[in-house]
Design a protein around this ligand. Structure first.
Ligand code: AMP
Length: 568
């Protein structure tokens, strides 16, 4: 069973030493299929049509050849990358920065609408090698003559079908019409509608088409699920999933995309008390074999691996595979999920999908020809229930298996001496046994258990909390200084690990929303907003306030914690 003819390393693609070092620094272990095919073609000066979407590694596929071909002595725009959105422009520019780390002073400028033209102008005048921009703003600069194509050698149309969908294709053509004749052009598009074909026929010279054909692989029969998650939540969600989805004694294999990522996730899980090891290409064969041996015999519960390192890994104990980072191609997905369900056992898998990766996830689903069922992130209540269930099981197991005579007499003796109930003593012993890992998930309460603010107050939610070093004085200071609310008018402040609630009299509502816009607290953008009850949409909690404005009432559970200023 083999996948695409993938090169195992970046060394054979013709990339220069500084670029290979930069790739190693970011921790990419092997080129993705689109990179294997595209990089040598672009380096050789060919025009390329790449049928590839986000998540396949297409950015590096064009960015690395561009960087290699730049003449850094020439302080002029030599490459232009057109993207449909400003987010993508920024992202591509950032990726180029990373890949250019070991080259001398490559200047990359993202230009997009909504950003001050003046600032862009100053950058352009001071000399830029690569421009990454949205079509509209690039056109503006060309028209004003603030961007010129005299030294332009390469153009990339990134996500061409998206540009078409967003109505930019005429602008793109206009821009291409301004470019010099002997240009090298690459066009990347997830789909190839006729309009994109037409653009390719018109502006590309004898392009090579790079498509990733997918070999059909036998898909193992394991339970596959996916979980929508934001990048920044991944680690918390992972640890909750590990608690609720794994069986005692079962090994877990977690997949990360890069060596650096694998090492990081392993380290963070170690810090949370798991017996976990990384496994990636920077480790020697002997080190990797050692990890596998320890996984097999149960000394290690979990391994966080890259695709290359886990190739062929065959450990029967693996009952659960977590795709922490989505794989960049379907075959990799099938190889990954095949690491569980070995030797006739059952296995299950989950795939973390961030908003940008939805499409890739659908492609994977089509490829495996079965529905990948959605899964909800476990709640804290869920995690607590599972901890309690496992703890009860362990107690019963101990009752069944162990000789408890000594402990029985100890408990009886204690009951007699203290006059306490046996049940109370058992409770205290259970509490002691759980000292390291309390049964209740000791994190901030979920927003719905937060109490209602006092009459006349509005409760605000701030995206910074104890973990960011927030203290009550920071909150009072920011609201008083930035929004002009008198310090003594500010009500209850409640600081949790990652967020903070603060109550402010209703009449300052707009003042706070406006004044605090863009304000940072402890170096973190506060993103202040009105704390909304979960069921806000269903419950129009309209209560007249002075000025006739509606107030959002925070609907807390009865008996939840009272708020007092500084009750953090
Ligand atoms: P893209 O398809 O260009 O949006 O890339 C998707 C993600 O894959 C980005 O986070 C890249 O950093 C990452 N990536 C690109 N090439 C590789 C590679 N060869 N190995 C691991 N990750 C990669």
């Amino acid at each position: 069973m083999s996948t695409e003819p993938t090169a195992d390393s970046f060394d054979t693609l013709g990339l220069s030493e500084p670029l290979r070092q930069a790739i190693n620094d970011v921790g990419y272990e092997a080129p993705t299929p689109i990179q294997v095919k595209t990089i040598p073609l672009l380096l050789a000066g060919q025009d390329v049509i790449g049928q590839a979407q986000t998540g396949t590694g297409k950015t590096a596929a064009f960015a690395l050849p561009i960087l290699q071909k730049l003449d850094l002595k020439q302080n002029e725009v030599q490459a232009l990358i057109l993207t449909p959105t400003r987010e993508l422009a920024i992202q591509v520019a950032e990726a180029i920065h990373v890949y250019a780390k070991r080259l001398k002073k490559v200047r990359v400028l993202p230009i997009y609408g909504g950003q001050s033209i003046g600032q862009q102008l100053r950058h352009l005048q001071s000399g830029v090698h690569i421009v990454v921009g949205t079509p509209g703003r690039v056109m503006d600069h060309l028209r004003r003559d603030t961007l010129n194509f005299d030294s332009l050698k390469m153009v990339v149309l990134d996500e061409a079908d998206e540009m078409l969908r967003m109505g930019f294709i005429e602008d793109v053509e206009w821009i291409l019409g301004q470019a010099p004749e002997n240009l090298q052009t690459a066009l990347f598009s997830a789909t190839m509608p006729p309009e994109i074909r037409r653009v390719a026929d018109r502006y590309l010279h004898h392009p090579a088409t790079v498509e990733i054909e997918h070999k059909s692989l036998a898909v193992p029969t394991v339970t596959q699920r996916y979980l929508n998650v934001l990048e920044k939540q991944k680690l918390d969600v992972l640890s909750h999933v590990l608690e609720t989805e794994t069986e005692p004694g079962e090994a877990v294999l977690i997949f990360a995309r890069t060596k650096v990522g694998a090492a990081e996730v392993a380290e963070k899980l170690q810090a949370r008390g798991y017996a976990v090891e990384p496994m990636h290409g920077d480790m020697s064969q002997a080190q990797r074999e050692n990890v596998i041996r320890r996984l097999r015999n149960g000394q290690v519960e979990m391994v966080v691996a890259t695709d290359v390192a886990a190739r062929g890994l065959d450990v029967e104990r693996i009952g659960f595979v977590v795709n922490y980072d989505i794989p960049y191609d379907m075959e990799a997905y099938v190889h990954r999920i095949g690491r569980t369900g070995r030797a006739g056992r059952t296995g299950k898998t989950v795939l973390f999908v961030t908003p940008r990766e939805q499409r890739l996830m659908r492609n994977i689903e089509q490829y495996v020809k079965q529905r990948i069922e959605p899964m909800k992130a476990p709640t804290r209540a869920h995690v607590a229930a599972r901890r309690i269930a496992l703890f009860k099981e362990r107690i019963l197991q101990t009752l069944a298996d162990e000789d408890l005579d000594l402990y029985l007499s100890l408990v009886e003796e204690l009951a007699e001496e203290s006059g306490r109930d046996i049940a109370e003593i058992a409770a205290a012993a259970a509490r002691l046994a759980r000292e390291d890992k309390p049964l209740v998930v000791d994190l901030e309460p979920e927003p719905e258990v937060v109490a209602q603010p006092e009459e006349g107050m509005v409760r605000f939610f701030i995206e910074a909390g104890r973990r960011n070093g927030v203290r009550p004085a920071d909150i009072v200071g920011a609201i008083a200084n930035e929004a002009g609310v008198p310090g003594q008018a500010i009500g209850a402040i409640d600081i949790y690990d990652r967020f903070t609630f603060v109550d402010v009299p209703g009449q300052y509502r707009e003042q706070v929303l406006t004044g605090m816009r863009g304000v940072a607290i402890r170096n973190r953008e506060a993103n202040i907003r009105i704390a909304m009850p979960r069921d806000a949409a269903a419950a129009p909690s309209a209560k007249k306030e002075r000025g006739g404005k509606h107030k959002n009432i925070y609907r807390g559970k009865k008996g939840s914690k009272k708020f007092a200023r500084g009750s953090y």
